[in-house]
Structure formats: C-alpha cells, structure tokens
Design a protein around this ligand. Sequence first.
Ligand SMILES: [Zn+2]
Ligand SMILES: [Zn+2]
Length: 309
Amino acid sequence: MFGSHLSVAGGMVNALTSATELGFDTVQVFTKNQRQWKAPALKDSEAREWLSGLKDRGWERRTVSHATYLMNCASPDADLFKKSAAMLIEELNRCAALSIPFLVAHPGSHLGEGVEKGAARIGKAAAEAFRKGAGVAGAFRVTLCLENTAGGGATMGRTFEELALVKQAIDDASQGDADGRVGFCVDTCHALAAGYDLRGGTPPKAAGAGRARQREACRAVLNEFDRVCGLGLLRVLHLNDSKGALGSRLDRHTHLGMGEVGLGAFQEIVSDARLRDVPMILETPKEDDEKGRAWDTVNLGVLRRLAKG
Ligand SMILES: [Zn+2]
Ligand SMILES: [Zn+2]
C-alpha cells in the first residue's frame, strides 16, 4: 500500500485524483492549512466529493491525515497548550468527517521542561479530545498516530521509548476513553537522523555497503520498535531517505536511495509481512527529475522494484 503526501489545493478531492494519476494506492493530506491556526470549516460539498472519491477507489480504510505543524500539546505555555488542544479536536473531527482513519501528529516540544511533563500535557489534551468524542462518527474511530522525530532541540519522540511514554501518558489520562485509539507512525528519515542505524554502520555510498547488511540492520531497528512500542500499533510508515547523517538530528527528506538511509532499509520494510497492511507514505521533494518525470513516480517505481525483490 504505497502513497504520497499530496496537495489538496483547489479541493480535498484533488489529492485523490493526483494519487490515482501517479499510480498510488493511498494518499496523505493536510485537512486544513498546516501553517495557520484558524481554518474555515470544511465545506459539506468538499467532504462529499472526497467521500465519493474514496468509495470509487475502495480507499475507505487507508488514507492518512497529517496534523498541522503548529500544534504543540506538550507546550508549557498555557495559551499555546489551549490552542493546540483545541486544534487536536478539530483535526480529529475533520478526519472523522472525511473517513480518514489515521491522524499522524508529531508529539511536540516540551521547550525545556522535560519529557515527563511534556508527555503528561499531551496526555491531558488527548484525553480531553477523546472524552469529548472527537474523531468519532458512528462506528468509525480515528486513530491518533504519534510520529517519531529527528529530535532537534526539545522535540519529543526522538526515541521509541519517548513515543511509548507519550502513549502511556495518554492512556493513563484517558482512563479507558482512549480505547485503542493511539498508535504510531515511523518515519525512516527521522529514525536515522535520531540515531537509529538503518544501514549497519556503513553509509550507503561508501565502499563495503551491502544490501544484505542494510536489511539486517533495518530488521533489528524494526524489532527494537516491536519490543518498545509494538509493531501491531504501527499504523503508518513515512518512507523518506535522509540528507542528514546518522544521529545528526537534521530533518531533511530526500529521494529513496539518494540519502543516508539507503535502499536496503526500504527493501526490508516493503518485504516485511508484518507491515503488509500499513500505508507507506512518501514525503519526498515534489519537483520533476532531470528527465522531466514526477519524482513521486520515480520513488514509487523504486518501491515497486524493491517489493518485487
Ligand atoms: Zn514524516
Ligand atoms: Zn520530516
């Protein structure tokens, strides 16, 4: 199940149209402008078009929304926390209105107050959202997917342990209201930049880098994730190569096979039977390559070739 983060300019449904044209099986979108707090209400006609587009494609249980980058439920600033908690409710409700099962969100930044306090604040915000029934439409429930980060500054989610801690804080604060609605998203670029060695010591372009060793290293990281967070709770993958070096904490995405992650990791991920039902989303740069082909098409071709072995 391969997808890409695509633009909703001109209407939500345009992302579905582009995804189909590019040959994807799913898509990730922003359901509101990701750089603004205020968002006009979702128009009924826009939601209807999107829903019928989903139905036409049989994509009802697989699309992904990415929450706005402004949201920081870990913030010790009371005003920012309040706005972020309200935004989480809005984001969950938009997903519910659009039948998008997965809302990916970065945990946020504790701004120096420490991981424990940050996690407790996120717990409070999410518990409030769940208590109010945000992200619920009939029997449909949106899953909040906590994404790992490259970990610059006081950013939370650099380690799998921090992700697990945030989930635990949400579960504790929710007292049952979370009801299995918290999962995870792993981004390969962020993982490598955060220090998870997905290629077995040797940078992909250096002499001695081998596909088998890369795959083994990636498998070890996935197993580590399984031990700490549980692969059953991994609901979304972001497949991005990394311009930043191992442990650099730089969040710079690049095309598959052109960065520090290397193709072995991607081959391992697309071959792992445990990940068969997980939407795998590209968040790589969008311009055309030197031959005039859309980079999304080029990266999708790489994934398809790797999946075939
Ligand atoms: Zn990502
Ligand atoms: Zn990123």
